[in-house]
Design a protein around this ligand. Structure first.
Ligand code: UD1
Length: 338
């Protein structure tokens, strides 16, 4: 029996593969390599001493997907494959709807046909929209402010409808807060293409001299220091949450949504200061206007994750920022020596 990870060589997929292999699962990765590299497979093997099976595959292609299912006994799917840049989704909505919805529907259709009934989905805290108050609880109303977020919301709804129509399906939507950091080995991590949109990849590039300074998007929010507050979670903690969701799905049919966060929020300036302290590097910054669509505060209520999955985040800000910087140094060092 194997677990299929679509988007398996990406940032969160690769860390989840390590977690599953370490726990003794057989792992199959499918990825079209549009935002990751095949070398990740070998690096996962270096970390765990076991090599996951890899298919270079666009999972919108039902043919390839059918082959993966017929060549392997897939007990569950963790679905990461999808585009994830918020700004890009505003400019290219059709590309986002086509890609993100098609991949999810292809996977679910193939599962329905083959009898595989456990589906774990990488959803996002973005589904809490702009109108809820923190901490965000899973039973709060959902909304979205951009096409990327709408695809997450729509896929959650597809999962709910599927579970209503067929009570043998188990579908778990994991709502990620802000994943940061990298595997402590420095072998796998996030590889942003172009100018990073997210805070820590940007800070990492300022630290390594690729960018001159950080632009802090607004210091007039209703937060303790005026800058945006987010629930940053170490990517290895997040990966461990998938393992717990996998186990949960084996004997809990139906749909459920679970927050994966730490429950604690930190401001942009707290992140800057913590990065400087932990890594001994200066991060010059400048206050700039708010980014459209940003909310003041976003952090999780983590009660359900604890109760339902028996999971909680273990690592703190120091671990996240130390491992993020370690990865950035290793990565840029590798690129220079290549
Ligand atoms: C963003 C997305 C969210 C997505 C998530 C994935 C937007 C509006 N939201 O969340 O939909 O699910 O990434 O990880 O893009 N910041 C700066 N300067 C920067 C970058 C960020 O000050 O150069 C601030 C932001 O204003 C925010 C905080 O840092 O307060 C975190 O930003 P980011 O890492 O982009 O995450 P989110 O906005 O929470």
């Amino acid at each position: 029996m194997s677990v299929l990870l679509t988007g398996g060589t990406g940032y969160i997929g690769s860390h989840t593969a390590v977690e599953l292999l370490d726990a003794g699962y057989d792992v199959v990765l499918a990825d079209d390599l549009s935002n990751s590299e095949e070398s990740v497979v070998g690096r996962i093997e270096r970390i765990c001493g076991k090599r996951p099976l890899f298919y270079k595959a666009d999972v919108k292609d039902r043919g390839i997907l059918g082959r993966i299912f017929s060549e392997n006994d897939i007990e569950a799917v963790i679905h990461f494959a999808g585009f994830k840049a918020v700004g890009e989704s505003v400019g290219e909505p059709l590309m986002y709807y086509r890609n993100n919805l098609d991949t999810a529907i292809s996977v679910l259709e193939t599962m329905k046909e083959t009898g595989c009934r456990r589906f774990i989905f990488s959803s996002s805290a973005t589904v809490y929209g702009m109108n809820n108050t923190v901490p965000f609880r899973e039973d709060m109303p959902r909304s979205s402010t951009n096409p990327y977020g709408t695809t997450k919301l729509m896929i959650e709804m597809i999962m709910e409808d599927l579970c209503r129509s067929d009570d043998t399906f188990s579908c778990v939507a994991l709502r990620y807060f802000n994943p940061v950091g990298a595997h402590p080995s420095g072998l796998i991590g996030e590889k942003p293409s172009g100018v990073p949109n997210n805070l820590t990849p940007y800070i990492q590039q300022v630290a390594s001299g690729i960018r001159e300074k950080l632009y802090v998007f607004g210091n007039d929010y209703d937060t303790p220091d005026g800058t945006g507050v987010r629930d940053y979670i170490h990517v290895t903690d997040l990966a461990a949450g998938h393992l717990c969701a996998m186990k949960y799905s084996s004997d809990h049919p139906g749909f459920c949504a679970v927050n994966l966060g730490t429950g604690t929020g930190y401001s942009v300036l707290e992140m800057v200061r913590a990065f400087e302290k932990v890594n001994g590097v200066k991060i010059p910054y400048e206050i700039s206007p708010r980014r459209p669509g940003d909310i003041a505060s976003c952090y999780a209520d983590v009660t359900k994750a604890k109760q339902l999955l028996g999971w909680q985040a273990e690592k703190g800000l120091e671990d996240m920022l130390r491992d993020a910087w370690n990865w950035e140094k290793n990565r840029t060092g590798r690129q220079e020596s290549e």
